[in-house]
Design a protein around this ligand. Structure first.
Ligand SMILES: Nc1ncnc2c1ncn2[C@@H]1O[C@H](COP(=O)(O)OP(=O)(O)OP(=O)(O)O)[C@@H](O)[C@H]1O
Ligand SMILES: [Mg+2]
Length: 319
C-alpha cells in the first residue's frame, strides 16, 4: 500500500475505486500494468490535496465566524465606552464651567480691589480649571472620532478669514514666548466647502504648538492651493524656528498622550492629545498632516485637504 493510499479519506477512496478497477487490467484498460500504479498514485495525491483544501476551507470559515463574533463584541464595547465618555464629560463639564466662571469673577474683583495676595492663587485655580476643561474636551473629541460619531458640518468657508481668526487667537501665545507670528495667504486660496470649526481646531492646534515650542523666534502660517483639476488641494503650512524634533521623536508623534520626552512635557506642559486629534480630524476631512523637523532648527507641519471631493473639501465658488 502506498503512502498516499493511507492518507486519503474514506469518502474520496470510495469515489476513486471505480477508476482503480478501470486502471488495473481487469477491465480492458489501454494502460500497461506499471503505469497503472503511477496513475493511481497521482489520483490519490490529488485526492489528498483536495482533502487538505477542504480542511483549510473549514478552518478559514471557523476563523471568519470567530472574527465576526469578536467584532460584534468589540463594537458593543466601543459603543459602551463612547457612551460612558460622552456622559462623563458632560457631567464633568457642567460643574467645571461653573468653577471657571465664578473664578473669573473673583479674579476680576481681586484685580479691582488690588488684593495681590488672593490674585495669584485664584489665577492658578483658573488655569488649572481651563486645563482640565481642555483635557475633557479632547478626550470627548477623540472618543467621538474613534466611535465614528464625529460628523462634519460643511459650508462655504473663506480660508483667509479662518486663518486670520486663528492667528488672532494664538497671538498672545506667540507674544508670551517672544516670537513673531506671521500669516501669508496666497492669492486665490479663496472659498472652500469644509467644516470651519474643525478646520480652525486643527490649524489652531498646530499654530498653538508652534508658538509653544518656539522661544524668541518666528512662526509663519501660509496657505495655498496645490495641483490642478480633481487633484487640487488646499495646503496650510505652519513653519516655526523652534526646538524641532529628532527623527525618533517625529516617529512617535500622533500617538495618544505621547510627548517628545519627559523634560519637554515638564517644561512646556500639555497632555499629548492635540496632534492625535488634529490628524484624525484632517483624515476625516479626506486629508492629512505631514511633518518635517530638525532638532534645534524648527519644524514645519503641513495640513492638506482635498478640493473637489465629495467627502472632503469641495470647491464652492471661485473668489
Ligand atoms: N512645533 C513643534 N515643535 C517641536 N515639538 C513639537 C511641535 N509640535 C508638537 N511637538 C511635540 O509633539 C508632542 C505632541 O504634541 P501634541 O500637540 O499632541 O501635545 P501637547 O502639545 O504636548 O499637548 P496638548 O494635548 O495640550 O496639545 C509635543 O509634546 C512636542 O513634544
Ligand atoms: Mg499641542
Amino acid at each position: 500500500m502506498t503512502r498516499a493510499n493511507t492518507r486519503v479519506s474514506a469518502p474520496f477512496r470510495a469515489l476513486l475505486m471505480p477508476f482503480r478497477s478501470m486502471l488495473s487490467g481487469t477491465t480492458q484498460s489501454p494502460i500497461p500494468e506499471p503505469e497503472t500504479e503511477q496513475v493511481w498514485e497521482k489520483l490519490l495525491q490529488l485526492a489528498n490535496r483536495e482533502d487538505r483544501l477542504l480542511d483549510q476551507r473549514e478552518t478559514l470559515a471557523r476563523a471568519a465566524n470567530d472574527a465576526a463574533q469578536a467584532r460584534t463584541v468589540a463594537e458593543a464595547a466601543s459603543e459602551a465606552k463612547s457612551g460612558f465618555l460622552a456622559d462623563m464629560s458632560h457631567e464633568l463639564r457642567t460643574p467645571l464651567n461653573a468653577i471657571i466662571g465664578i473664578t473669573e469673577i473673583l479674579v476680576e474683583d481681586a484685580e479691582d480691589d488690588d488684593r495681590q495676595d488672593q490674585l495669584e492663587p485664584l489665577q492658578r485655580v483658573l488655569s488649572a480649571g481651563e486645563h482640565l476643561l481642555r483635557l475633557i474636551n479632547d478626550v470627548l473629541d477623540l472618543s467621538k472620532i474613534e466611535a465614528g460619531k464625529m460628523s462634519l458640518a460643511l459650508e462655504a468657508v473663506d480660508v483667509s478669514d479662518v486663518l486670520r481668526e486663528v492667528v488672532a487667537t494664538a497671538m498672545p501665545l506667540a507674544e508670551k514666548s517672544g516670537s513673531r507670528l506671521l500669516l501669508n495667504c496666497a492669492d486665490g486660496v479663496g472659498i472652500v466647502r469644509t467644516d470651519p470649526l474643525r478646520l480652525k481646531q486643527v490649524v489652531l492646534n498646530l499654530v498653538g504648538n508652534a508658538c509653544k515650542f518656539t522661544k524668541s523666534g518666528k512662526v509663519r502660517v501660509s496657505a495655498r492651493r496645490d495641483g490642478n483639476g480633481a487633484g487640487q488641494r488646499l495646503v496650510v503650512a505652519i513653519a516655526d524656528t523652534g526646538i524641532g524634533m529628532t527623527a525618533e521623536q517625529v516617529d512617535r508623534l500622533f500617538q495618544e498622550f505621547s510627548q517628545a520626552n519627559a523634560q519637554t512635557a515638564r517644561e512646556y506642559g500639555g497632555t499629548g492629545l492635540g496632534l492625535v486629534i488634529s490628524r484624525r480630524l484632517a483624515r476625516l476631512m479626506g486629508g492629512d498632516i505631514n511633518v518635517d523637523s530638525r532638532p534645534g532648527e524648527g519644524s514645519t507641519f503641513t495640513l492638506w485637504l482635498p478640493i473637489n471631493e465629495t467627502h472632503g473639501v469641495v470647491r464652492d465658488q471661485q473668489p
